[in-house]
Ligand binder design. Structure first.
Ligand code: FRU
Length: 488
């Protein structure tokens, strides 16, 4: 049964999708059909394809009453829109169908999500309640379970917040389903709870997987928990972070907590903490296991505090290029999925070049590019790439080997609101050697440093005619640059 709210949402997206000019859309990034999008939800495989759901408000370009939008893809790059999957239409989710995940059970596609509602307390005050709910479907249409919510406040550890309890991520292991979900401990900061179930309707509280203890932000949103190579990774998106050096910029952050997991005792031992992405626009990542064993992560390519999108557009929200995760030398590496390579056009290549001042390279320009720049060791002060450039605009990527800092700056990218415009990270060993892969699309710059050691993702809204790229240096730099145009 499709509720009136969902029917209306589907009609809205049908109508708007026809009206919105396809030329506005990014080349190889998923974009919301219309209205507002935030977190990826239910990133999973079902019946041979990848499904992606997302936090969705189809009636306007700002966050509002949350629905789940829906899309599928075979290769993680070319997406097909499907009708919206869920709308807020029940007492327990009237205030929003918040983030969650998808898993297959008895041939059905099951969505586990957070239902948000308002309750009246005995003293007459209104309060928010968040509970975990289930919807069961066939890959297109979903029915909310009549026994919802499947996990409510009475299954929280004592002292936990009843208001901040959200974003279930579910997976199956030897016939048992497990869920990690974000919660707020009595100390005011995040904790990640583990539940288990045999049938997705009856759940049992197992343990607290990890806790913030007021160390990394406050509430921890959107957890994910999975084995990667010989480690176990917990991903969280903390709210209210405070910057420390170049780490944990203010606001909403993203973190990998990596360590080992004792499956029998259900104990996670954290060994290290790593920022997922150093850019201005990256939040709430979620992963899926590909058929070939790759762990693939996608994220919302925006941040809560910087609501940047081209003026006048009726769609506001994109996802990152999905990334493959791996572990090397005690670090989690991220690289764009290899499927992107199928969309490369002709290659332009300049090997063994030398710059002392500034230079332009024949054929290296454009706004939809897969560009790699390799710097050789040397005694230089600074190397800079300016992109999305014309006489008025540019964004820059600057490397200072002496400080080992790599900085992205979009101050001159053409946005006329005042918001964070620059971020830096530490990169390289001081020798001057560095490799950068830059995925440039109409409104975004994703930078992968040294084959995925770190990543920096940011939006730009520079007019498309600003398509120049040029290189500057202080001191002599030997480098190579090669790129492919991307087209879909
Ligand atoms: C993260 C988040 C989630 C919540 C959703 C609401 O960006 O705040 O915790 O489920 O967005 O749209």
């Amino acid at each position: 049964m499709i509720s009136e709210n969902l029917k209306q949402a589907r009609a809205q997206e049908e109508k708007k999708r026809k009206e919105i000019d396809m030329a506005q859309r990014p080349c190889c990034h998923f974009s919301v059909p219309t209205g507002w999008m935030n977190d990826p939800n239910g990133f999973s495989r079902y019946q041979g394809v990848y499904h992606l759901f997302y936090q969705y408000y189809p009636y306007g370009t700002a966050w509002n009453s949350m629905h789940w939008g829906h899309a599928v893809t075979e290769d993680l790059i070319r997406w097909k829109y499907l009708p919206a999957a869920m709308a807020p239409d029940q007492a327990y989710d009237a205030e929003g169908v918040f983030s969650g995940s998808a898993v297959e059970y008895q041939g059905k596609q099951c969505l586990l999500y957070t239902g948000v509602s308002q309750v009246r307390l005995p003293d007459g005050k209104q309060a928010v309640r968040q509970t975990q709910c289930l919807a069961v479907g066939d890959g297109t249409d979903y029915e909310k379970y009549s026994g919802n919510p499947v996990i409510s406040a009475d299954m929280l550890p004592q002292g936990s917040s009843l208001e901040d309890f959200r974003d279930p991520k579910v997976w199956e292991e030897d016939g048992t389903y497990y869920m990690v979900v974000g919660s707020r401990h009595a100390d005011g900061s995040g904790q990640i709870l583990l539940y288990s179930s045999e049938n997705l309707t009856e759940w049992k509280f197992e343990t607290v997987i990890d806790r913030c203890r007021n160390r990394y932000g406050k509430m921890w949103e959107c957890p994910d928990f999975f084995p990667l190579d010989d480690k176990q990774v917990l991903v969280v998106s903390p709210q209210d972070m405070q910057a420390e050096g170049l780490e944990f910029h203010n606001g909403n952050g993203t973190m990998f907590l990596a360590g080992t997991y004792d499956r029998e005792k259900k104990e996670f031992h954290r060994e290290w903490v790593q920022t997922v992405d150093y850019g201005l626009d990256f939040y709430a990542p979620q992963t899926v296991l590909a058929e070939d064993g790759r762990r693939i992560m996608i994220a919302w390519m925006k941040s809560w505090d910087n609501n940047m999108f081209p003026e006048g557009y009726e769609w506001n929200g994109m996802m990152t290029i999905p990334r493959e995760l791996s572990i090397r030398d005690g670090r989690i590496y991220q690289n764009p999925v290899r499927e992107l390579e199928a969309y490369r056009g002709e290659k332009t290549e300049h090997m063994g070049f030398n710059v002392d001042g500034e230079c332009w390279l024949q054929g290296i320009s454009g706004r939809m590019l897969d560009l790699t720049v390799e710097l050789e060791p040397g005694n230089y002060e600074l190397f800079q790439i300016r992109l999305a450039e014309n006489d008025r605009f540019h964004s820059s990527i600057t490397y200072r080997p002496g400080q080992r800092t790599l900085t992205f700056d979009r101050t001159y990218s053409g946005y006329c609101r005042d918001m964070a415009a620059t971020r830096s990270l530490y990169a390289g060993d001081g020798s001057g050697k560095l490799k950068l892969r830059i995925i440039l699309d109409k409104y975004s710059v994703e930078i992968f440093v040294n084959d995925g050691q770190s990543a920096l993702t940011s939006l730009i809204v520079t007019p498309q005619e600003a398509d120049g790229i040029h290189f500057l240096s202080e001191g002599e730099v030997d480098f190579s640059a090669y790129c492919w145009e991307l087209n879909l």
